[in-house]
Design a protein around this ligand. Sequence first.
Ligand code: GRF
Length: 212
Amino acid sequence: MQSLVILISGRGSNMQALLEARRHNDRIVVISSNPQAIGLSIAGQYGVETAALDHRDFPDRQSFDAALAEIIDRYRPKLIALAGFMRILSDSFVQRHHQRLMNIHPSLLPAFPGLGTHARALQEGVKIHGCTVHFVTSQLDHGPVVIQAAVPVFPDDTETTLAARVLQQEHRIFPQAVRWFMEDRIRWIANRIEIIDPPCGGTELISPGLTK
Ligand code: GRF
């Protein structure tokens, strides 16, 4: 049996999308950095194992990451999916899980790394925005891209309407990327990602035209 660890901090809608699309012979464990995260109770409804590790109980990032790594190691996960995990991971944690840490980010990276992506996209007046699934490296929001989805930005968009449009696509591409990984269909070629045998000659970009 292969295992997948999903790290969350809050609402957990991406985690839920992963749980909806899970392969039933995989063992799934959800770990939250916030014991009050709504996502934890959602995970409970899916009958998967959960754990919480309150980052406020630790004096610094290194000690939190060490405790997190210890819990994760118990499950020997094939992949660790960061689904709205609002903690920056230390270099040592990232190195230890090299090529096994995947993140969903709400922008078309390398545009808008960090927080507040939708507000910044509106401020810049971009016409296309979106989301990215990428591997985590020690450079924040800059690892190799697995799949991206683009959405149009409309003149009357607000941060809320744009976030909702992007989130819909996040729920589409993250399960896709995780599945490719669990099926051993992701290959690193230098710093780029190649998908082995994508479905129906498919692509790693979902464009506005295809999503409407
Ligand atoms: C998502 O927009 C994700 O891309 C970002 O944080 C948000 C988490 O939302 N990293 P949810 O907890 O998955 O609903």
